[in-house]
Design a protein around this ligand. Structure first.
Ligand SMILES: Cc1cc2nc3c(=O)[nH]c(=O)nc-3n(C[C@H](O)[C@H](O)[C@H](O)COP(=O)(O)O)c2cc1C
Ligand SMILES: Nc1ncnc2c1ncn2[C@@H]1O[C@H](COP(=O)(O)OP(=O)(O)OP(=O)(O)O)[C@@H](O)[C@H]1O
Length: 312
């Protein structure tokens, strides 16, 4: 899969494609079903499959801090899109200038003149262009005018509910990891590069690897039994806290993971922390000793969950 960053790099894109457009946050089963159909269409037409995504996601520009929490960062989104057989991702920088494109300009200049779109699949609720003026009907009319086909994707349901990024966020907010995984079609994980922490963890006997969540608002909070992937073929069980660490007067949200039984220097490594079970909410403890005692109990709970006994 090839990534094209920004419309100024569109000369690297193929001319003539089957296309879809959206946020694809989480790359859930609805997205996967849509991409499967698009892949079949691409093969039938001998055309590459192109997905147009936006960075930041439009609501992150318009709503700022109030935007919904991200399920996947760009890096993970790209990994899942590649796994769905996408040939090219066009990642458009979503700024005020781009947002001001009228629906007509978006279609004629970008989709037709630059991408040579032959087939476009979008949901029937898809809106685009300045003031969200563009809709499915406008696309159909443009298709007739410029000679491309437009199709409304069949909605993918799970248990009578439309699978959506919003539904996954809700499942996570309800601590229903099982439902989130079912909607996503893969377990929910948080990824990032391990940075240096305050190194207080070692002094309390639980060394932790820290993943800053930066501007990202996490869709989950609390203490979890986790598995760490991205370190070769092995999954390492651990216990993690996602929060602000009120006991040590932390401010910024971060993920901290303590691996069970192994000591590996993770600084600088890119890891995926797969959330397996919520153990409790984050708390403010009166002392570090109390925090330490609680983390020891969290470790016991995680061991029980993974069926691991404490090594001698
Ligand atoms: C399993 C686990 C649970 C934790 N729970 C809490 C908590 O409930 N409240 C809190 O303030 N900090 C919690 N922490 C964070 C600790 O405060 C943190 O690990 C410690 O301050 C070390 O930070 P450092 O790695 O930046 O040095 C938890 C950490 C782990 C690994
Ligand atoms: N369950 C689904 N079935 C079929 N197509 C879907 C489904 N969910 C999303 N799509 C389509 O995938 C494309 C990208 O969707 P997008 O990520 O923007 O929205 P979403 O998953 O519905 O998220 P949100 O909850 O934020 O609305 C759109 O064309 C959308 O219509």
């Amino acid at each position: 899969m090839k990534l094209i960053r920004g419309i100024h790099n569109l000369s690297q894109a193929p001319f003539g494609c089957v296309l879809t457009i959206g946020n694809f946050d989480g790359v859930h089963r609805g997205h996967q079903a849509l991409l499967q159909g698009l892949g079949a269409e691409g093969r039938a037409r001998s055309l590459p499959v192109v997905v147009m995504i936006f960075e930041p996601q439009p609501l992150e520009l318009f709503a700022g801090q109030k935007a919904p929490a991200r399920l996947t960062r760009l890096r993970e989104k790209l990994r899942w899109l590649a796994a769905c057989g996408v040939d090219y991702v066009l990642c458009v920088r979503f700024d005020r200038r781009f947002a001001a494109f009228t629906a007509q300009t978006f279609v004629s200049e970008l989709l037709v003149d630059r991408l040579g779109v032959k087939f476009l699949a979008v949901g029937d609720d898809f809106r685009f262009g300045a003031g969200r003026q563009g809709d499915f009907l406008l696309l159909q009319k443009a298709g007739q005018k410029y000679g491309f086909d437009v199709t409304s994707t069949q909605t993918f349901f799970d248990g009578g509910v439309r699978v959506s990024s919003t539904a996954v966020r809700q499942a996570l907010a309800d601590d229903n990891l099982q439902l989130a995984e079912q909607l996503l079609g893969h377990p929910f994980s948080i990824s990032g590069r391990v940075v240096h922490g305050d190194e207080l963890g070692r002094t309390i006997g639980f060394p932790t690897a820290n993943l800053p969540l930066r501007r990202q608002v996490s869709p989950v909070k609390g203490v979890y039994a986790v598995e760490v992937a991205g370190l070769g073929d092995t999954l390492y069980p651990g216990v993690a806290n996602i929060g602000t660490r009120p006991t040590v007067a932390g401010v910024r949200q971060q993920l901290e993971v303590h691996l069970l039984d192994v000591v590996i220097d993770l600084y600088g490594r890119h890891i995926d922390v797969v959330l397996r079970k919520k153990l409790r909410d984050e708390q403010r403890f009166a002392s570090l000793d109390e925090l330490k005692a609680q983390i020891a109990r969290d470790e016991v709970a995680a061991r029980e969950f993974f069926g691991l006994s404490k090594p001698a």
